[in-house]
Design a protein around this ligand. Structure first.
Ligand code: MGP
Length: 201
């Protein structure tokens, strides 16, 4: 794209020519998943309505997707929306997730807008590779619940407390969250529905 040269005294706003046709690759490809268990019978196995919807690997494709289709505020109560690194399934059973866990932040700001904002800031931090312990990140889940909406950030090595604390601290900054967040091991959740959280920040 041709750029006009600044006239004398004008501030040069554009450093390099902008190539409007070129897409900007992300470090990782990411896949969106959707689960709407309220749409099926209570007795159906967990995950039977979980499906992958879309994979993106450029900044432009992410915004196209985010702006046009998927926002947690549009989802019915009971639904879960996931964005995970491609190749990782948003399940405890996934080999990369199996020994991991999740940080959870509840939507204390109230309203759907609060959930959408937490979700967007979480996505931007993940796909923009903002975490020092980026290899630990598996993905994030937005859960729409009548009782308590929440966002969870899944990581891979639950026992690596230092890594999880680093991620938790950074996550709170990125989503501008001042309440407590809690970390639960998937292995605990699997064994006991009322499992306790292991880390708090
Ligand atoms: P949840 O949806 O992660 O918790 O798990 P939440 O949102 O606190 O509970 P909800 O009832 O409001 O949805 C709820 C239940 O789903 C768990 O107790 C498990 O029985 C099942 N479940 C959740 N996950 C993430 C998995 C999973 O990865 N694998 C299997 N097998 N079951 C899961």
């Amino acid at each position: 794209m041709a750029q006009e040269e600044p006239q004398n005294g004008e501030v040069k706003l554009i450093e390099r020519p902008i190539d409007g046709g070129k897409k900007h690759p992300l470090e990782n490809a990411w896949t969106f998943w959707f689960d709407n268990p309220s749409g099926k019978s209570k007795s159906a196995a967990w995950g039977s309505s979980l499906r992958s919807v879309y994979t993106f690997k450029t900044v432009e494709d992410f915004w196209c997707l985010y702006n046009n289709v998927f926002l947690p505020s549009k989802l019915p109560s009971g639904a879960d929306f996931h964005c995970f690194k491609s190749g990782i399934e948003p399940k405890w059973e996934d080999l990369i997730c199996a020994h991991g866990g999740k940080w959870t932040a509840t939507n204390t700001r109230g309203g759907k807008a609060g959930l959408d904002q937490l979700w967007l800031n979480t996505l931007l931090a993940m796909i923009g590779e903002q975490f020092d312990e980026g290899d630990e990140i598996c993905g994030a889940v937005a859960s729409v619940r009548a009782r308590q909406e929440k966002i969870a950030l899944w990581t891979r090595t639950a026992t690596n407390e230092a890594a999880q604390m680093s991620i938790g601290k950074q996550w709170k900054e990125f989503i501008d969250y001042n309440e407590k967040i809690q970390y639960m091991f998937h292995e605990d959740a699997k064994k006991d529905k009322a499992a306790r959280n292991r880390y708090t920040l």
